[in-house]
Design a binder for this molecule. Sequence first.
Ligand code: ZN
Length: 232
Amino acid sequence: MSTSTRKLLAVFAHPDDESFICGGTLAKYASSGVEITLVSATRGEMGRRMGNPPYLNRETMAAARELELREACKCLGVQHLQFFDIRDKTVEFVDPDQLSDRIAGLIREVDPDVILTFHEQWGGHPDHCAIGKATAEALARTGLKKALYYISFGDSLAYPESFGYTREDISQINISKFKKAKLAAFRAHRCQTEMDEWVWLPDKQAMNRLGDYEYFIRGNEEALRRDRSDLF
Ligand SMILES: [Zn+2]
């Protein structure tokens, strides 16, 4: 590991992507001194969950989710947060060229060692796929040698063969010591998690619902060169 500050840039679509999908990994690296910049392309204002019982509406939701994301960032140790202010559920309709240019500018500015985003095919939501595709394209445009990884849901990639990958294509980060931070971030996204009973169980029981590992598809040569148990 180098002694200079290591940096990670995460480019996601919605408030909560960072916590629900890879919160343990972000908390782990933040705690070891990695400087993390998170982009949420949207403010998640089209989310279907309005709190339980509902206390949000379409007008109040964006501000509420921004606050929740700021709180989640504190839980995880994410230092820098940016919104692209793209309307929720419309990332796929943004001019891809402009979007990639914008992200390329950010990559040059932040100069991260590691970039996390969604896989354009396995993203699971059109906004996720679109921001992932634009981010991979952006990195290619910069010509910079940064390790690119695609985030994945739960332990779906514990068996990568079903996605056409081998074990060698996957990095596996042990987050067992960071479940408390991940759980706190889940709870910070209150309007989205209020109806999930397990999140509000006593800490120990709730943490048992979180897996010990988060999985990442290694997206380029730089990433493939790294140890499978470490993104850096
Ligand atoms: Zn999302």
